[in-house]
Each structure stands twice: as C-alpha cells, then as structure tokens.
Design a protein around this ligand. Structure first.
Ligand code: DX5
Ligand code: ZN
Length: 216
C-alpha cells in the first residue's frame, strides 16, 4: 500500500480554519489529524468537541483523532458524536486498554493505540491484533514543532516485525517532527501514515508540501 499523509490541524490557522480545511480537502492528503490535549496528560490544551464538530462539517476526508487526555474512556461516545472516524488513545492513559479499544470499535470508529518515545513497542505485543492503527510518537506529545527523535526508525522496524509475528493488519502511523528530510526513511522503515503539522502549515505552499510528503 502507498503511504498516507495526515496533516495535523494543530498547526493550522485557527483564525481562518475553514481555508486550511478546504486546502487539505483539495490536496493529496488522505486524513485530517486532530490533536486533543487536556493540560493533564500533556502540558498543553488544544481544543475539544465543538471545534471537532465544526471541522467535521466541512472536512472531506476522515478525521483521525489523537487523544492526549487522561481517562479517554469517559469520552469515547462523545468523540464519535463529534465526528471522529478514528480514535487513537495513549497506552499510558488506559489501564484497561483492551476494553478501551473494543469500546472504540463498538462505537464504529477505527481504533488506534499510541506509545510515547520512552516506551518499548514490545508493550503492545498482546494488543496489536486488536487495533487498526498503532501510532509511534516521534516527539514527546504536547506540542507541535518539536525535533524528531531518531530512535523512531528502529522503533518502527521493531513494530513492523511485531505486527507480522502477531498477524496484525494494523497500520503504522508516525507523529512529530516529520518533514521531507525523514519521510522516505520512515516509510522505508515501515510507516504507513505520516502526520505532519508545522512542516505543512508553516510552509509557503502547504498543498505543495503535502504533495512532496506524498510522492517520493
Ligand atoms: C504532538 C502532536 C502532533 C503535532 C505534530 O503532540 O501529536 O500531531 O501536531 O506537529 P509537528 O509535525 O509540528 O511536529
Ligand atoms: Zn498527534
């Protein structure tokens, strides 16, 4: 499968969000990546349900919602109602991860699990067969514009091996500091989805930047 590109709206212009959403709609991007932060699990607060519903009303591509919040189980139904197509929860926030993943699926969303850079991918060995997406953080979550952590390449390769060993069809997503300098190497290591925020929206021609992340 050709890799997918998911621009992160965290880096979009919130004074003119509609313009950026329409740009993504018309671009070669595959998904919208939507970062929800609560100021508790991560040291930053982003946005919640009402903004996501408004994004959904004009988005022409799936909403890939990345929850960086404590106790995500409480809000699964509400995210579905707001328009999430994929819901990705952090391993670090779910003491009953198997239940959380199945609850996301029962709510008719694709279910994903995320791990922080310090956590070994082997932690996921008994859940990868149940998930649709595994997201590898390539920065510490909480902020856009951070520097890519280079151990990510090895972590993606390890995850790829784990997925094969466990007969999992999960897609591998990578998030944080992605740009054209690392994109190809990430895909070669096994990444299926590249998330990029500041590299896309901070560029002069975001649609062209998406095209560059998509075609190499
Ligand atoms: C970071 C978020 C990312 C962020 C990526 O915690 O999960 O999705 O928007 O931003 P860049 O691409 O600027 O690192
Ligand atoms: Zn994210």
């Amino acid at each position: 499968m050709a890799h997918l590109v998911a621009p992160s709206l965290l880096a979009a212009n919130f004074l003119n969000l509609e313009k950026d959403i329409r740009m993504v709609n018309e671009s070669q991007a595959d998904w919208f990546h939507v970062d929800v932060m609560d100021g508790h699990f991560v040291p930053n607060i982003s946005f919640g349900f009402s903004i996501i519903s408004q994004i959904k009303s004009i988005a022409g591509k799936p909403l890939d919602v990345h929850l960086m919040i404590s106790d995500p189980d409480k809000y699964i139904e509400e995210f579905k109602k707001s328009g999430a197509d994929h819901l990705t929860v952090h391993y670090e926030t779910c003491p009953h991860l198997h239940r959380s993943i199945h609850s996301i699926k029962e709510n008719e969303m694709k279910a994903g699990v995320v791990i922080n850079p310090h956590n070994p991918v082997s932690l996921l060995s008994d859940i990868v067969a149940d998930v649709d997406i595994v997201l590898i953080m390539s920065v510490n979550p909480g902020f856009g514009g951070q520097r890519f952590i280079s151990s990510t390449y090895r972590r993606i390769s390890e995850l790829k091996e784990l997925l094969i060993r466990k007969n999992s069809n999960a897609l591998i997503e990578v998030d944080g500091g992605v740009d054209t300098a690392n994109a190809q190497k990430l895909v070669e290591a096994g990444a299926d989805i590249l998330v990029a925020g500041s590299f896309v929206f901070g560029s002069e021609d975001p649609a062209r930047t998406i095209e560059q992340l998509k075609n190499f």
